[in-house]
Ligand binder design. Sequence first.
Ligand code: FES
Length: 176
Amino acid sequence: MKDIDETITRRDFFSHVGWGGVAATLGGSAFSFYRFYFPNVLYETQKVFKIGKPSDYPEGLSEKWKKERQIWVVRNERGLYVMISICRHLGCTPNWFQDKQAFLCPCHGSIFSIEGNVLGGPSPRLLWRAALKIDPTDGQIIVDFNHRQDPDPMSTEQGLRVDEASREVEPFFLKV
Ligand code: FES
């Protein structure tokens, strides 16, 4: 009698283990199915965004959006452009120095003018400018962070530069 009880107990045990395995497999499949059809939401930074109206930007440089959007807004006597605050050497964030009227990159010393030309340091390219347009419904500037102006610079005694007139064209410049 004792042997029979032990046999049954052992059989029950293996039966439970077996069904447990089946349940685990089914549970895993159900979970995979759920994750496939309901993936985690990715909260990526929006790449097309508004930055207010042209009248919000007086002549000079605005750093208002540097931290949140990685851009500077610059107005000169002819209009307005938006530059991306990413160094073209290895991607660090330059800082604007009002007294020097230049952006200095803290990483390896690249220096850029307010137009985005390279005045010194290892950067091989000028700063990007982002595409812009005005929203006809509310008059705000829309920045397209992914659509960038990237002209081939000339090497001069003053660094790498391009003719400014060639940069002040739509959609990278607003005559506003
Ligand atoms: S990342 Fe700016 S100089 Fe190297």
